[in-house]
Design a protein around this ligand. Sequence first.
Ligand code: AMP
Length: 284
Amino acid sequence: MKVIHTISELQKEISSLKSEGKTIGLVPTMGALHQGHISLVRRCVDENDVCVVSIFVNPTQFNDKNDFLHYPHTFKDDRELLNENGCSIIFAPSEQEMYPQPDTRVFDFGLLDKVMEGKFRPGHFNGVAQIVSKLFDAVTPDKAYFGTKDFQQSVVIKAMVKQLNYPVKIIECPIVREPDGLAMSSRNMRLTFNQRQIAVKISQALNKSRNFAAEKPISEIIDRVTNEINSEPMLKVEYFDIVDGNTLMPVTDWNDSDYIVGCIAVFCGEVRLIDNIVYKESVI
Ligand code: AMP
């Protein structure tokens, strides 16, 4: 496994691998890796000759400076984990390398980046699109792997790929959870012991709601999940939206769409956690 810090060295390596006919897969991450990330890495290793994992805490996608400053960095452990799981290249650039000049590009994803995360984290998806497009340009992957844990992010990335005609196939991977159901996240390591015990209520409330979803109106599901989570003093729901899984527009009736997903953001103390649940699966 190679560790590369500069775009020029990465490009040299990639073009040499491509000249040997090798296929390239990319897993973009911000490090502090856990088994959720590793599920993407494993799939990337299985489906490509070369698996590139980028580790870069991208400043332009953080609307909250405090969140950026507290983002965990665990490079030594990450490197070990990636080595054990078949990664071929870690691309770990500096901020100066990725942004030698401020990136002034403004993307237009219509309403896709205005709702949910986009509403509460203004500029977040513009920053995501900036860094992912720079990574696609540097790595020129055949396939790129994203987790549906960040459901809206996958939708925005798919839109960006279409808009910019990137010749890359986006592979969406399911959410990996802790044994008790909490969605794995690098931010979980910031939870205190008590917060960690309580955080499981988020996935529990979502799961429970799926059992009676079709029988109850959508507005009632939203209220039930929100109230159940907010009844824990340590938890505060920022939003819980039930949306069309393709357009991300809110649905008001279960018959409105064939693909319906509930997306939630919850503060557990200072730590902001997101999760989602598929109520109705896409037929495509
Ligand atoms: P991050 O390092 O948080 O930017 O995440 C890098 C990639 O890993 C993103 O595509 C995430 O959606 C994905 N990811 C993070 N947590 C999980 C999880 N629990 N299950 C599956 N994928 C995940």
